[in-house]
Design a protein around this ligand. Structure first.
Ligand code: SF4
Length: 410
């Protein structure tokens, strides 16, 4: 029997402290909760694996939150269950997200023994003042120590996460961050522009209503510590965000500096040395099925999309040996929805989408479904066509949200 490819995503929702811009499902929690959570996660691994006997796992991604906050013994237990329950390829790409300030040599060694072969380090900025504005728990120096420790432990595939368009940031300071990071010679860099998400302290300072003189900021009511409350209040005094044109200048500078150092851009915000593009993300962007395990984790399996409950108390109280007990909002994707996803996600990649792949997947000609849109966007200089491929032009990348929304079928 030919087994299907499956990707695993494992969510660890804990962070030392909440960053001021973050709307991920993450929070600070007492350490005793970590063990309780991992035990439940293991229960879920056992419960779900029976439904995936016809698959082999090509990639695993531990995201969060801050997965590296877990003590080493819990990570060992988690991987023990994963190897017992799933058929994991010998060459599977296994990534863990780690934040500086939470990585010890002991943890790194356990990661290596567990088969983790890719480390994704959340730096965001090499400027300590900018890190402070973001509410990060670490300095640039802390990051450097973690990076060097990871190299010493034998990690040969390291991603560094960066963020541009930060409060008070200018092109010069962004360039300095990029230069410092490039000098370290990582294998992969993700460089996103800051997005102001609702229900975050940053939204109170920079969101749509913040400029309204009648607007009264509503800072979150239940901070975990006095320091967190102070940090959140100080968000209101942050300098302004860079203007849109400065943001674009930063984006173009990123592309130039990365290319000069041998990185290729394979997705709007992702750059890799040859052979180091993230297989997990590529799978996600090209429609490989993925199973999400843990609090709030999203899944797309057997044609269904769903996500686990995001309520920690509920998650911890469920019998997760029962397959799918945490799954909520289960939805069978229609052909139209799958086509839309194929276009949205595929066009984010610099290689673009393939008409032949579209035909193989949906039994329909891509030009019959999207011909008018493609032709119009091509005329506007936003798409380029090289049959069977369709991809965004540089101009198209600049306005990618607008371009991608044109592929909605309803
Ligand atoms: S470390 Fe990451 S997940 Fe945690 S609060 Fe900060 S941005 Fe969010």
């Amino acid at each position: 029997m030919n087994k299907k490819e499956l990707e695993l995503y494992i969510h660890i929702p804990f962070c030392a402290r909440k960053c001021a811009y973050c709307d991920f499902l993450s929070f600070a929690a007492p350490e005793r909760v970590y063990e309780e959570y991992v035990n439940k996660l293991i229960e879920e691994i056992y419960g779900q694996s029976g439904n995936f006997a016809d698959t082999h796992v090509t990639t695993i991604f531990l995201g969060g939150g801050t997965p590296s906050i877990l003590p080493a013994y819990l990570m060992e237990a988690l991987f023990g269950a994963l190897y017992e329950c799933f058929e994991i390829d010998a060459d599977a790409e296994i990534t863990i997200e780690a934040n500086p300030g939470t990585l010890t040599m002991e943890k790194l060694e356990v990661y290596r023994q567990s088969g983790i072969n890719r480390l994704s380090l959340g730096l965001q900025s090499a400027d300590d003042q900018e890190l402070k504005y973001l509410g990060r728990i670490h300095s640039y120096d802390d990051f450097l120590k973690s990076y060097q420790r990871a190299r010493q432990a034998g990690f040969t595939n390291i991603n560094i996460d960066l963020m541009s368009a930060l409060p008070g940031q200018d092109v010069h300071s962004w360039k300095t961050t990029l230069r410092k990071v490039l000098m370290l010679k990582p294998e992969h860099i993700s460089a996103y522009s800051l997005i102001i998400e609702e229900k975050t302290p940053f939204y109170e300072r920079f969101g749509e209503d913040a400029a309204d003189p009648k607007h009264v900021p509503v800072l979150p009511q239940n901070p975990h510590t006095a320091a967190e409350l102070a940090a959140r209040a100080s968000v209101m005094t942050l300098p302004d965000l860079p203007e849109e044109d400065v943001d674009r200048e930063m984006y173009h500078l990123t592309k130039e500096l990365m290319a000069a150092q041998g990185f290729f851009r394979y997705e709007i915000s992702n750059y890799a040395k040859p052979g180091f593009a993230c297989r997990h993300n590529i799978g996600y962007w090209t429609g490989v099925e993925y199973l999400g395990l843990g609090l709030g984790a999203s899944s797309y399996t057997h044609g269904y999309r769903y996500h686990n409950t995001g309520d920690l108390k509920e998650y911890l109280s469920l019998n997760l040996y029962e397959a799918g007990a945490a799954a909520r909002e289960i939805e069978l994707l229609s052909v139209e929805e799958r086509m839309e996803e194929f276009m949205f996600l595929g066009l984010r990649m610099t290689g673009g989408v393939s008409g032949s792949e579209f035909l193989a997947r949906f039994g329909q000609n891509m030009w019959n479904v999207y011909g008018d849109v493609i032709e119009r966007l091509q005329k506007e200089g936003l798409l380029e066509v090289e049959i069977p491929m369709v991809r965004l032009t540089e101009l198209g990348v600049d306005v990618s949200n607008r371009v991608l929304s044109e592929f909605l079928l309803k």
